[in-house]
Design a protein around this ligand. Structure first.
Ligand code: NAD
Length: 249
């Protein structure tokens, strides 16, 4: 028996990086996957590859978020797993002294408000079923901060972590588990884009990772599949670090 057999999973940011690797992993483990992305080309390709559904949605729009969970319910009869993962990297100079209010607000909107909207619209379906697993993508920087000046990004991920803990505690008795996934640096387009702007930053980061390399997206996907499955039945409200030891160094 596959661990996620016939579970209905909604994944945001499924067109690339961690979301794409997780869509593949969930499908391998038997889930029916709804791939959500703003990018129609990559999102639709991901859905086709995993034999799932594609929903084009902007996770900062409440109407779009409501529609994507409704589509999962109408097409597959429920919502068992929500992997709220879409996010953007920090603006170019994200120090407290340089980041403008518009850039700050944009990062909060895409990285934090989106998670609020996704939880708000996933939980009613899970409540009706009396079970569900929500995994919200935070980051290791939510736990330890970052010496590379990314104030809006770190603050947004800290919010995701606190919200996940709060919801994990609130809904534990209703069979809904909520966890914050905290990846270390992962070799995805988001990280590559960041390092392309500042190549020295990659080297500085690398020396602080005890395992000595960046993660592959498949290694993060394996952790998400675990959190989504009944193997994690006693894990809720946690900060689940998958960071090569960086937060402990
Ligand atoms: P990525 O850029 O490869 O993929 C992000 C996906 O989200 C893209 O397909 C993009 O189109 C989609 N997206 C962006 N804005 C959206 C919106 N408004 N609505 C719908 N979809 C949208 O990034 P990734 O590295 O896979 O990152 C995934 C998550 O992991 C993000 O939340 C990121 O902050 C987090 N994270 C990444 C790293 C890393 O090192 N890569 C480390 C820690 C946390």
């Amino acid at each position: 028996m596959l661990r996620l057999q016939d579970r209905v999973a909604v994944i945001t940011g499924a067109g690339s990086g961690i979301g794409l690797a997780t869509a593949r992993r969930f499908a391998e483990e038997g889930a029916r996957v709804v791939c959500v992305d703003l990018d129609e080309t990559t999102g639709a390709a991901a859905a086709a590859e995993v034999g799932g559904l594609f929903v084009k949605a902007d996770v900062t729009s409440e109407d779009d978020v409501a529609r994507m969970f409704q589509t999962a319910f109408d097409s597959y009869g429920g919502v068992d797993i929500a992997f709220n993962n879409a996010g953007i990297s920090p603006p170019e100079d994200d120090s407290i002294l340089e980041t403008g209010l518009d850039a700050w607000r944009r990062v909060q909107e895409v990285n934090l408000t989106s998670v609020y909207l996704c939880c708000k619209h996933a939980i009613p379906y899970m409540r009706r079923q009396g079970k569900g697993s929500i995994i919200n993508t935070a980051s290791f920087v939510a736990v330890m901060g970052s010496a590379t000046s990314q104030i809006s990004y770190t603050a947004s991920k800290g919010g995701v972590l606190a919200m996940s803990r709060e919801l994990g505690v609130q809904f534990a008795r209703e069979g809904i588990r909520v966890n914050a996934l905290c990846p270390g640096p992962v070799n995805t387009p988001l990280l590559q884009e960041l390092f392309a702007k500042d190549p020295e930053r990659a080297q500085r980061r690398l020396v602080h990772i005890p395992i000595g390399r960046f993660a592959e997206a498949t290694e993060i996907a394996a952790a998400v599949a675990f959190l989504a499955s009944d193997d994690a039945s006693f894990i809720t409200g946690s900060e689940f670090l998958v960071d090569g030891g960086i937060s402990g160094a």
